[in-house]
Design a protein around this ligand. Structure first.
Ligand SMILES: [Zn+2]
Length: 147
């Protein structure tokens, strides 16, 4: 079982390493081994919302052990480089989003899970006047849901 899991993870990383190294370099992020490993998990398949502690667990499932501090710092560097964005999670929980398009979220208040809402699927009937001296940076709406 452990061997099978290791083979699956090898495939994931072997298949994605080259494009991830290219992606990191194109954003002026030096492709260290740990950054590439995190990138392989984040940037394959569908868009993801992940917190640093979730990512630690995801890495462990591939037999990769990184400290929460390392994962946290890497995610912050990715966000500063424009590879991911920071989104509001539950309470003060930090969540990062690989979907860089303008969109909104459902937030499951029981699990903290975020679900993307296409920007086109939510109509805003105008915005309030911005305080003096401010310009609009973006509008992200979080709709809280529960079962
Ligand atoms: Zn999202």
């Amino acid at each position: 079982m452990a061997m099978l899991r290791a083979m699956i993870s090898d495939n994931l990383f072997a298949k994605n390493t080259v494009p991830i190294v290219r992606k990191l370099r194109s954003h002026d992020v030096r492709p260290t081994r740990q950054r590439v490993q995190i990138g392989c998990l984040l940037f394959h398949g569908a868009d993801k919302h992940v917190s640093p502690d979730q990512l630690v667990t995801m890495l462990q499932a591939h037999d990769i052990y990184m400290s929460l501090g390392t994962v946290y710092n890497t995610l912050r560097q990715f966000a500063e480089a424009g590879l991911i964005t920071e989104v509001a999670g539950m309470g003060d929980r930090l969540v990062y989003d690989t979907n860089l398009s303008s969109h909104h979220h459902f937030l499951d208040v029981d699990t903290g899970e975020l679900i993307d809402i296409d920007a086109d699927n939510l109509q805003l009937n105008g915005l309030p006047h911005l305080p003096g001296g401010f310009s609009l940076d973006g509008v992200d709406i979080t709709i809280r849901i529960k079962r």
